[in-house]
Design a protein around this ligand. Structure first.
Ligand SMILES: Cc1cc2nc3c(=O)[nH]c(=O)nc-3n(C[C@H](O)[C@H](O)[C@H](O)COP(=O)(O)OP(=O)(O)OC[C@H]3O[C@@H](n4cnc5c(N)ncnc54)[C@H](O)[C@@H]3O)c2cc1C
Length: 367
């Protein structure tokens, strides 16, 4: 056992925002790339599976815990470097994301202000191309540095090589579980102004403040950040220990992207009911998953046993003192009902880790 680094029998629920899951057989917090290498080698020698953990805001562990090694990425660091009209910001994977947004806004750097209040760590943001209110990290990430779990070498990916899409990247797709992100480089506009692409946010900001009257850089970006935080709080989408509706893993389902035929089939199934709302999207027609969930009979505030749906957000499944099994059973019922009623398959956003192996059945050879 690696004295002082690897601990045994560690409770996982407190490591997650939803507060679910049993214990990790082994748990290590790694503050350096070398510590990650040592732990991966140790687990490899023992034949143990490894689960990487960031801030625990998009992950659900099973009630019987995890029988391998949970590796918590604690790599620090945040440096700002001027490059013409831009700043290059190099950030350790263990940095808190919202603290980074606050620091950037404070320095007048534009590009991440609409992503304020999203929980979790910087290293997880490229995994699912974190986004909100019309902004996503793919727009500002210049490169991602990662440790290959197989070779233990560090690899650098530029933006194009990351394969970003809607809540997607190569790290969630073909290379799922292959890399540990160690550092992310962002390219942000100095003395910038916000671009408010999302109508709901535009309306919300307009009702609070006249952006045109504010100077570029931190005054105007700060106003947008405050507006985003207020909007998120009104939906319990900021983790707050005194708000039971925020005890979630964020949105549980992605917005489905339908083909024209798929959308026509959905309209036929809906029949004369309410018109189906849509989002503008490349490559198809995007339908709000929240609308499908609510139309399927799972309203905001729905409760079953120790779990339920947030009173403020139909996509946030919440823990009210229940178990992971109860939560996953509710998720499965929602998926089943949406499929039966509307012929649409919902895709889950959070990672579900079950006992010794991942729920979605990764067959990847890496440690
Ligand atoms: C209240 C609330 C609101 C949210 N709102 C949003 C939102 O608006 N938009 C949005 O996109 N998401 C949102 N989320 C989801 C979540 O915050 C993001 O997905 C976040 O990036 C997850 O970061 P984390 O550090 O907590 O990752 P974790 O939950 O710890 O891990 C998630 C996945 O990433 C992997 N991972 C984590 N760190 C690394 C690393 N360094 N290298 C390799 N893999 C890693 C883990 O193995 C796991 O597969 C929300 C969640 C909550 C609870």
């Amino acid at each position: 056992m690696l004295e002082g680094i690897i601990r045994e029998n560690v409770a996982l629920a407190p490591q997650t925002t939803i507060g679910l899951g049993g214990r990790a057989r082994y748990f290590a917090g790694c503050g350096s790339v070398e510590a990650l290498r040592v732990c991966l080698t140790w687990a490899g020698e023992k034949g143990l599976p490894v689960q990487v953990l960031g801030g625990g805001s998009n992950i659900i562990f099973a009630d019987d815990g995890f029988g391998g090694l949970v590796l918590k990425v604690d790599l620090p660091g945040m440096t700002f470097c001027e490059a013409g009209k831009w700043d290059r910001v190099t950030v350790g994977a263990g940095q808190n994301w919202d603290a980074l947004v606050e620091a950037c806004v404070g320095r007048g750097l534009a590009g991440v202000e609409c992503l304020a209040g999203i929980p979790g760590q910087v290293g997880a943001t490229p995994i699912q191309n974190v986004g909100a209110y019309g902004q996503e990290v793919a727009e500002t990430i210049a490169q991602v540095r990662a440790l290959d779990r197989q070779s233990l070498d560090e690899v650098v990916f530029d933006t194009a090589a990351c394969g970003f899409g809607y809540r997607h990247s190569r790290f969630k797709g073909a290379d799922r579980d292959r890399y540990i992100v160690t550092e992310v480089d962002f390219r942000l506009r100095r003395q910038g102004r916000p671009s408010l692409a999302y109508p709901e946010l535009r309306r919300h900001v307009k009702a609070r403040v006249d952006l045109d009257a504010l100077e570029s850089g931190s005054p105007v970006l700060g106003a947008v950040r405050e507006a985003v935080l207020a909007l998120r709080r009104s939906k319990s989408m900021v983790v707050d220990p005194v708000d039971p509706d925020s005890r979630s893993a964020g949105s549980f389902f992605l917005n489905p992207l339908l083909s024209r035929q798929g959308f026509a089939a959905l309209e036929r199934m809906v029949g004369d009911g309410a018109p189906v709302p849509t989002f503008a999207a490349a490559g198809g027609i995007k339908v709000p998953a929240a609308w499908l969930v609510e139309q399927a009979g799972f309203a905001k505030g729905f409760r079953r046993g120790g779990v339920g749906i947030s009173s403020h957000h139909a996509l946030a499944l919440i823990n009210r003192g229940g178990s992971a099994a109860e939560l996953l059973s509710l998720a499965a019922d929602i998926e089943h009902t949406v499929r039966e009623k509307f012929g649409v398959d919902l895709e889950r956003e959070p990672v579900v880790v079950q006992g010794l192996k991942r729920h979605s059945g990764s067959s990847a050879p890496w440690r």
